[in-house]
Design a protein around this ligand. Structure first.
Ligand code: PMT
Length: 221
């Protein structure tokens, strides 16, 4: 049973959006609420795992018994996750991490320049889940998410292979009432040698279902 396998296992979960500062008062971000990641954290804690959430800026209470580190940017989230990774048994990347950050953040509030347009240059952020998957020693079981709007299955499997993940949970974020910021979601889960369809349900139920699947895929010790 899942309790037996997950009891005392170190599970680290990223959740929520990241904020990429433009200047001291402005940022680039996305609509992630953190609900999906927090629901997974709650489910894992209920099964007796030792759970740590690395959360972007969200407005949610920390689930019972869960350790929480709050971060802002993708670079901060990457640093926090990497500091925990070697002591992690299962890493679940549910955060909607910004792929790019502002190349040159301004120390002062940007002023209108007088021109009709303004160009901001972006540079790529580190890929957190891929960095964990590349660890050569003490590599955890690595689970990613894929937020897609088309060719869900194909793009998700490509992402899993490219980032060398053990499992990927794909969600269609073009359908209203699920995905970003909703209380419900639907997931298609892929892993080596199988897949599972988790139809529309509360994020809380999906968190339970996901932890059950993960427990069956962990190496038995
Ligand atoms: O937070 P909610 O409002 O509850 O919404 C849930 C959700 C829709 C955000 C969640 O279910 C989800 O899909 N999360 C992943 C969102 C995402 O950014 O997906 P992606 O396809 O762009 O990224 C693929 C994977 O790489 C993800 O596991 C992501 O965490 C990870 N990643 C991406 C970029 C980066 N620099 N580092 C990463 O680790």
């Amino acid at each position: 049973p899942a309790e037996q396998i997950l009891k005392g296992k170190a599970v680290v979960i990223t959740a929520g959006p990241t904020r990429e500062a433009i200047d001291p008062v402005r940022y680039i971000s996305n609509h992630s609420s953190g609900k999906m990641g927090f629901a997974i954290a709650e489910a894992a804690a209920k099964l007796g795992a030792d759970v740590t959430l690395v959360a972007g800026p969200v407005n949610l209470a920390t689930p019972n018994g869960v350790m929480r580190h709050d971060v802002e940017s993708a670079v901060d989230m990457h640093a926090m996750v990497m500091s925990l990774a070697e002591h992690t048994d299962v890493f679940i990347a549910c955060a909607a991490v910004a792929d790019y950050r502002v190349a040159e953040q301004s120390d002062h509030k940007l002023k209108k320049s007088g021109d009709d347009s303004l160009t901001i240059s972006l540079i790529q952020n580190p890929d957190i889940v891929a960095s964990v998957a590349q660890l050569e020693s003490n590599r955890p079981f690595v689970v990613g998410f894929a937020a897609e709007t088309q060719n869900i299955e194909q793009y998700a499997i490509d992402k899993m292979n490219r980032k060398k993940l053990d499992m990927i949970c794909a969600n269609d974020v073009s359908i209203s009432g699920q995905g970003f910021n909703s209380d419900q979601n639907a997931l298609k889960v892929f892993y080596a040698g199988g897949s599972k369809d988790l139809p529309l349900n509360t994020k809380s139920e999906l968190g339970d279902e996901l932890m059950q699947i993960i427990s069956t895929l962990l190496p038995s010790n």
